[in-house]
Structures are given as C-alpha cells and as structure tokens.
Ligand binder design. Structure first.
Ligand code: MG
Length: 379
C-alpha cells in the first residue's frame, strides 16, 4: 500500500499576525510547515506534495530543507489547492493523507492509526476529539442547549483511499467545502473517526503559538552535545573557519577543508543526537571527502536532526587561536552558520579566545575549536 501525503499550505494566515503567513513562522525554532514534513518522513510516507501560494515560494523553499517533497502552486481556495495536489500525486498512491500545514503537532502514531483504519477497510479516516465544554446556541431568551455528545472536533490529516478521494473531488464541482470529509461524504463515502491528538491543534491566531509550544514541550526533552576539533597549520594563504575564508600567512592541514569550527559543531550536534562523531559518518580515509567543503557535513548533521524530529535550539562555537584575529569575522561566521542550520542568527554564537601564548595553540602550531549544541528531541 503506497502512502502519499498532500499538505495544504497556500493560505495567507493573516489572523496569526506578524506579516509572515503562519505556516512559515517559527515554532520552537523551526518553520511551522517543516514540522508536518518531518512527521511524514519519520512515518515513512513515500511521497509528499505541498500546495503553496506562488507568492510565498521562497518561504516555502526555506522551510523544506530536503528535496524529498514537491512544491506545487495552490489554488484560490483550499478546495482548489487540494484538487491541484491530488492531480500532482502519483497515480500509484493507494492511500492519500490530506493535511493542513497549520497543524504542525503531527505525531507518527496518528499517521499509523489512520493507515491501519484504511487498510482495515474504511474509505476515509480522520482524527477527532470530544468536546468537554457545554455548548449553547444563541444568547438571552433564545438560548438553546446543544448536545455535545453528538459532536466532534475533527482535525487533519484526513486519510482516504486514493480512488475514493480522487473520485469525490472530480465530482465536487466548484463548491466550497469545510474539509475533505465533506467532499468524500458528498459521494456517500463512509469516514471513520479515530482518537485525535491535542497537539494537532490548528494555529489560527498569534496566541496559539505559545499554547502549542508548551503542549509540544511536554513531549520533548533537551539534549546538549559538545564537540572539539583541532587542525595543524601548514603552508597556505588562508584558513576556512565556520564557513568563512580568512586570508592568513598559513593554511590548515586536513583531509577536508579543515574547518575546525564547523567540525566541532558537527560533533556537538551528533553528540546531542547520540550519533557518534564526524569520523564515523565521513571516514577521513574515504577519498570522496578530500578537500570537501565542510558545509556538506554541517548540512548532513542538520538533516540527521530533522529526520529524527529533533530541532536545533542554539549553538555556540569557540575558536582557540592566537592568529588570525577572529573578531572581524565573527558576524559573517554567525551568519553563514545560521544560514546552513536554518536558524535565526540570535541562536548562533561564535566567539574566540587565545591561550595567552601557552601550549601548541600559543606556539601557533595549530588551531582548535570547541562547540556546544542544544537540541530538543521528541520522546
Ligand atoms: Mg576536523
């Protein structure tokens, strides 16, 4: 059974404030859209299509760190975006999950349960929560009680047999529908409701962000990793540190570009993930890493964190050397590191110290770096 997912992210999200549409704003340091993508990746969903507004293509590309997803232009309404997405999904998909980008708190358990429900024979399935508040219609003398036991709060993803939801959308016409269940019901398809998840709350207004962050925090734990690296000086005319080329009267000797700052940082991220060290992932005797740009290693560490559903909260790199002077390059180093890790610059620290001319660093035989990375990982 091939599982495909369509994420609808074409909305303007204006009620959430701040100018940027809510699906691209950051939630615990990562774009809202990235959360759902990672959940689908972790659950082994084979194909993911994201419907985005063409005017926000840059924001969307930034939220998608890897190319395992396909962006397509969304339509003027949610219904039109879903229709476009269903056309873009491969014909061999057996089950299609349709999900709103504004519900980033997606867990793999929900995806698994939806899949099981369809495999067991349902035409459609969706997570739903009971209502605990009393419900009344109208006010004053005309107030009428509503039986909450008859009602559910239905979330996304909503899962369907591919043939059924394609057929339903083909017959749906130009009408506006509340969700995909409404479209499926219009052709008489039966939909099974499964237990919902409070974390799947929809981000609508700005106040929803801290509420969801505190909900998600209970399902996550903080890990701090550290990394150390050193390289020997040799002949050359520059060094590369934290991705920035600095003119110098020596070079650094190493199998790759010898960027000790980023090597220490990669080790810190791997440490926080419990994933060994840089040498285990990129063996120094492997000729393909000869002279390699260390950006590849840092991007790899970020991707590894992403695929584990972890988010990098903050990184701190300390460079240890007498020369070259780091101060003038500190901000470009922060900016490069922030860019590669997809972090705002406030979450990236780069600093430097000398060793007061003591030891191998003081004698300028080489240069060293140490780094700390703080990550949030799912429980
Ligand atoms: Mg190194």
């Amino acid at each position: 059974m091939k599982l495909a997912a369509l994420i609808v992210a074409a909305g303007r999200g204006e009620r959430a404030g701040e100018g940027t549409p809510k699906q691209y704003r950051r939630l615990m340091g990562r774009p809202v859209l990235a959360w759902s993508l990672e959940a689908f990746a972790r659950a082994g969903v084979e194909e993911v299509v994201v419907a985005v507004s063409p005017q926000h293509a840059d924001l969307a590309a930034e939220a998608l760190s890897e190319a395992t997803v396909r962006l397509i232009p969304g339509g003027a309404s949610r219904t039109e975006s879903v229709r476009a997405g269903l056309t873009a999904i491969s014909a061999d998909a057996d089950i299609i999950l349709i999900h709103d980008a504004a519900r980033p708190g997606l867990g793999t358990t929900t995806i698994q349960r939806l899949w099981e429900t369809i495999v067991a024979g349902a035409a459609g399935a969706a997570p739903a929560l009971p209502i605990h508040d009393a419900l009344w219609r109208g006010q004053g003398a005309g107030m009428e009680a509503v039986d909450r036991a008859l009602l559910s709060r239905v979330q996304t993803p909503q899962a369907f047999r591919a043939s059924i939801i394609r057929d339903a959308y083909a017959k749906a016409g130009a009408g506006l529908f509340a969700d995909d269940i409404a479209v499926a019901r219009a052709i008489g398809a039966d939909v099974t409701l499964i237990p919902g998840d409070p974390r799947l709350m929809k981000l609508t207004v700005a106040e929803d962000f801290p509420v969801l962050e505190s909900l998600l925090a209970g399902y996550r734990f903080t890990c701090v990793g550290n990394g150390v690296d050193a390289h020997r000086f040799g002949p050359g005319d520059h060094v590369t540190l934290c991705g920035v080329r600095i003119a110098h009267d020596k070079g650094l000797i190493g199998h790759s570009d010898a960027d000790a700052g980023w090597h220490a940082l990669v080790d810190a991220i791997l440490g926080a993930l419990g994933e060994g060290d840089i040498g285990a992932h990129f063996p120094p005797n492997d000729p393909q890493w000869k002279g390699a740009d260390s950006e590849r290693f840092l991007r790899y560490a970020r991707q590894l964190a992403d695929t584990q559903g972890a988010s990098i909260v903050h990184v701190d790199v300390t460079l240890l050397c007498e020369r070259p002077k780091i101060g003038p390059h500190r901000d470009p180093m922060r900016a490069r590191t922030a860019e590669v890790l997809g972090l705002p610059i406030e979450r990236v620290s780069v600093k430097a110290t000398t060793t007061e001319r003591m030891g191998f660093l003081g004698r300028e035989e080489g240069l060293a770096a140490q780094a700390t990375a703080t990550l949030e990982r799912p429980r």
